[in-house]
Design a protein around this ligand. Structure first.
Ligand code: ZN
Length: 73
């Protein structure tokens, strides 16, 4: 199955990816770590979906937080 491996790196498991996603979205992950997570996402549809949902949630929270911080007036 995994006959073609482009690079010799350890890919994180799904639960590790889930842990790293919020950090990835915050830009807190180191380049190599972020790359591993993104490779996992490219090969794991359930995690890719989770990442999309999380990204949408984070974007919505940031938008709401910014608006609440400034106030309507
Ligand atoms: Zn996964």
């Amino acid at each position: 199955m995994a006959s073609f491996v482009p690079m010799r790196i350890e890919l994180p498991r799904c639960d590790q990816v889930a842990d790293a996603l919020s950090e990835l979205l915050d830009g807190d992950l180191d380049g190599p770590v972020a790359m591993r997570v993104e490779i996992h996402l490219a090969t794991c549809p359930p995690c890719a979906r989770l990442a999309r949902e999380l990204a949408a949630t984070v974007a919505a929270l940031r938008r709401r937080g910014r608006r609440a911080g400034r106030g309507p007036r």
